[in-house]
Design a protein around this ligand. Structure first.
Ligand code: FES
Length: 127
């Protein structure tokens, strides 16, 4: 099995059994975005302890790439501090997915990262 096939299998596994799926009642920040091309959405909830991501969950519905991306990303950022997350780039996200993503699927692949950035830059804080 080549690397691309392995990554693809892993993505499908994340899609079928996403990690960190669900809402977080005691979150500090949250954000939601919809992919304008297909209407799929991701909402993210982050519990911060000072600047550190203590817990993170997401909900939403979408294609395999967007859902698997949210699953993988939320797992990766647990325990990280805000300054590390602001440096996390679109290329880092694409590398995390590990598969070739066509131009048309980039919005899917980057949807979760975009929502994460909204959370980090504090679009909506829980009052
Ligand atoms: Fe909707 Fe991928 S087709 S997020």
């Amino acid at each position: 099995m080549d690397r691309q096939t392995l990554y693809r299998e892993e993505l499908l596994e994340h899609y079928r059994n996403p990690l960190n799926f669900g809402e977080l009642s005691d979150y500090t920040v949250s954000a939601k975005q919809t992919n304008p091309f297909c209407g799929d959405d991701v909402e993210m909830f982050i519990k911060l302890n000072e600047d550190k991501v203590e817990d993170i969950r997401f909900t939403g519905q979408g294609c395999a790439i967007s859902m698997a991306g949210a699953s993988i990303l939320t797992e990766r950022v647990k325990g990280k501090v805000k300054s590390q997350l602001t440096k996390f780039s679109e290329n880092d996200m694409l590398n995390l997915l590990g598969i070739e993503v066509s131009e048309t699927r980039k919005k899917c692949a980057l949807l979760a990262l975009s929502v994460l950035k909204d959370c980090i830059y504090g679009v909506k804080s829980k009052s």
